[in-house]
Design a protein around this ligand. Structure first.
Ligand code: CO
Ligand code: CO
Length: 342
């Protein structure tokens, strides 16, 4: 059936590119006094991928919410991407999802069939993550938006923070970069359907498998790469941990088509915001413009950024290879402050 209204026509900015900039968010939260509670293990001081609240000595609740406008036209793909992106914040804290609720806004111009497809794809993704989509709330809005509030659990002593990377750690990334560039390039006719489908396949891949492999290895610091791009999230990890993270530009993995789009001079809307965020605190040392663009590209449902002891790096790489999961060694942690990309 021919759709008269394409999903992305209704969106001003799709996916994680629609996120508030990190800088603006910091300013907004500056006047907000975060709640204090002995059981609030992770709240806003400092913020992480999700909030964590201790229920008892064995269990803590991991709670997150994430939603955005469509970044692709296929309703099923949009539902699956939005769900994956929200569920991944639970995995990024070391947790496992239990229960999810839809957070939805749809225009009346959108047909019921498309809405049903978004919800069905999200429900399937929640099931795949080991949870249940139990309900939700929908309002009318000219710009469609979809996502989930997700509750999960984690052992109180198994919470993965972004603030505990240590000098001597190696830094790994569990997905290639460039979702924003590929989507932009596809809109401009620069990359084909195959590249788009590869990017969609990656954006609908849960970080569950990677998290399962990492859990027994007790990584020092973990976060997921989303709207602030690899460089923005690496910077957050470095700043909160009080360390310097060194990234090697020629090790940065790229989705098919991403580098070509960057070389053609296209940038995503989030690119300047992400550069602004790390201004003066991230050094690009002889990095080509296209690899810099890859590092600043906002990612939707990106991979895990992991810092773990160097002595575990060989075992980690072997385990990911054995399970056929993507892993790239992208850098290391040193004493100091900020991020150096060389
Ligand atoms: Co996150
Ligand atoms: Co998130």
């Amino acid at each position: 059936m021919e759709r008269t209204v394409q999903l992305t026509d209704l969106a001003v900015a799709g996916g994680c590119a629609a996120k508030y900039s990190a800088k603006l968010l910091q300013d907004l939260l500056a006047g907000f006094v975060p709640a204090q509670s002995d059981d609030l293990l992770v709240g806003l001081a400092p913020a992480d991928d999700a909030a964590v609240y201790r229920l008892n000595d064995q269990q803590a609740l991991v709670f997150t919410v994430d939603f955005f406008p469509p970044l692709v036209d296929d309703p099923s793909a949009f539902g699956a991407i939005a769900a994956t992106n929200a569920l991944n914040d639970v995995f990024a804290m070391g947790g496992r999802p239990l229960l999810a609720l839809s957070v939805a806004a749809f225009p009346e111009a959108l047909d019921a069939e498309a809405v049903a497809a978004i919800l069905a794809a999200a429900a399937a993704k929640v099931r795949e993550a080991g949870g249940v989509l139990a309900g939700g709330h929908t309002i009318r809005d000219d710009e469609p938006k979809y996502g989930l509030a997700v509750a999960g659990t984690v052992a109180p002593d198994g919470v993965w923070l972004k603030s505990s990377a240590q000098p001597g750690d190696v830094v790994f990334l569990t997905k290639p970069l460039g979702t924003g560039l590929v989507l932009t390039g596809h809109k401009k006719g620069l990359v084909g359907e195959l590249e788009l489908q590869t990017a969609v396949a990656q954006m609908t891949e849960l970080n569950a498998g990677a998290a399962d492999l990492l859990r027994p290895l007790s990584p020092h610091a973990v976060t997921d790469v989303t709207g602030f791009g690899l460089f923005g999230h690496a910077f957050e990890m470095a700043e909160r941990s009080g360390v310097n993270i060194v990234l090697e530009a020629d090790r940065l993995p790229a989705l098919p088509g991403a580098i070509e789009v960057a070389k053609a001079g296209y940038r995503t809307g989030g690119d300047p915001r992400n550069r602004d965020f790390v201004e003066g605190r991230l050094i690009l040392d002889g990095v080509s413009p296209e690899l810099a663009a890859l590092g600043f590209d906002p990612q939707t449902a990106g991979g895990l950024l992991v810092a773990l002891p160097a002595m575990h790096s060989v075992v980690t790489a072997a385990e990911f290879r054995a399970r056929d999961l993507f892993l790239e060694h992208v850098g290391r942690v040193e004493e100091g402050a900020g991020v150096i990309v060389c």
